[in-house]
Design a protein around this ligand. Structure first.
Ligand SMILES: Cc1cc2nc3c(=O)[nH]c(=O)nc-3n(C[C@H](O)[C@H](O)[C@H](O)COP(=O)(O)O)c2cc1C
Length: 212
C-alpha cells in the first residue's frame, strides 16, 4: 500500500475548484503529527492557510508560484526550535517516563539535544525531523486522491532571499525567531490528470552494499 502511494505520487501543481473536506485535511495533518522524530521531540508546527489573501502573499514570497495561490489549502510547515528548550524537550521525556537523572543527562548531552551545540545544529535537526512529517503528509494526501506539491523556494532564513518579505510572511503567520518556515505543502484535487513520470537517478547510482 505504501509503495503504491510512493509510486503514484507526483507533484501536483494545477488544482480544480473541488474543496478538500475537513475530515480529509485532518487525516493529512495527523499523518504529519504522527511522524517519527529524534528522541520524539516533534519540532514542528503546521499552519493551515485557506484565506486567499494569505495564499497570495505566500505565492508572492515564492516568486509567484501559481500552485501556492491556487491551492485549496496551503499547509505552512514550520521548524520549531523552541521544541529543544529544556522545558519543552523535558516534557517529552517526562511523557516517556524518563527519570530525572537520565532526563537531565539527555537534556545536557549533544548526543540527544542538538541545541547544546548551537542554533545551526538545532535548525539542522529540526528541518531533518520536519521532512519526515512533510513526507508522511504527502503520502496521506496521495492515498486520499488529493494532489500535493512541496514548495521550498520562497523567501525565508534558508534561501536568504528578500528578508523584509520573509519577515512579513512570518508576521502574518504569527511566527517568532525560533520558528523557521521551511516548506509550503500546497493541496488540491488535480485539475487535469498528468502522467506520473519518475525521473530519478538509477538504483545502482544511489544504492551501495557494504561500501561506496
Ligand atoms: C524540499 C522540497 C522543496 C521543493 N520546492 C519546490 C518548489 O519550490 N516549487 C516546485 O514547483 N516544486 C518544488 N518541489 C518539488 C520537486 O521539484 C519535485 O518533488 C521533484 O522534481 C520530483 O518530482 P515529483 O515530486 O513529481 O516526483 C520541492 C520538493 C521538495 C522535496
Amino acid at each position: 500500500m505504501v509503495m503504491n502511494a510512493i509510486l503514484n505520487r507526483k507533484s501536483v501543481r494545477k488544482y480544480s475548484d473541488r474543496v478538500i473536506s475537513d475530515a480529509d485535511l485532518h487525516k493529512i495533518l495527523d499523518a504529519g503529527r504522527l511522524a517519527p522524530s529524534w528522541v520524539n521531540v516533534q519540532p514542528w508546527k503546521f499552519i493551515v492557510v485557506k484565506s486567499q489573501q494569505t495564499k497570495d502573499l505566500l505565492s508572492e514570497a515564492a516568486g509567484s508560484q501559481q500552485q501556492v495561490k491556487n491551492a485549496q489549502v496551503v499547509i505552512c510547515c514550520v521548524a520549531d526550535l523552541e521544541a529543544w528548550s529544556k522545558v519543552n524537550f523535558g516534557k517529552v521525556l517526562d511523557q516517556r517516563g524518563v527519570d530525572e537523572q537520565t532526563k537531565n543527562a539527555m537534556l545536557n548531552s549533544s548526543l540527544y539535544n542538538p541545541a547544546i551545540l548551537g542554533d545551526y545544529e538545532a535548525l539542522l535537526r529540526s528541518v531533518e525531523q520536519l521532512t519526515y512529517a512533510v513526507a508522511y503528509m504527502t503520502l496521506e494526501a496521495q492515498e486520499l486522491g488529493i494532489g500535493a506539491c512541496i514548495v521550498g523556494a520562497f523567501a525565508n532564513e534558508l534561501t536568504k532571499k528578500d528578508n523584509s518579505f520573509a519577515q512579513k510572511v512570518k508576521d502574518i503567520l504569527g511566527l517568532n525567531e525560533q520558528h523557521v518556515l521551511v516548506d509550503f505543502l500546497t493541496l488540491g484535487y488535480e485539475a487535469n490528470t498528468v502522467q506520473v513520470n519518475k525521473l530519478r537517478k538509477n538504483f545502482d547510482d544511489v544504492v551501495f552494499f557494504e561500501s561506496l
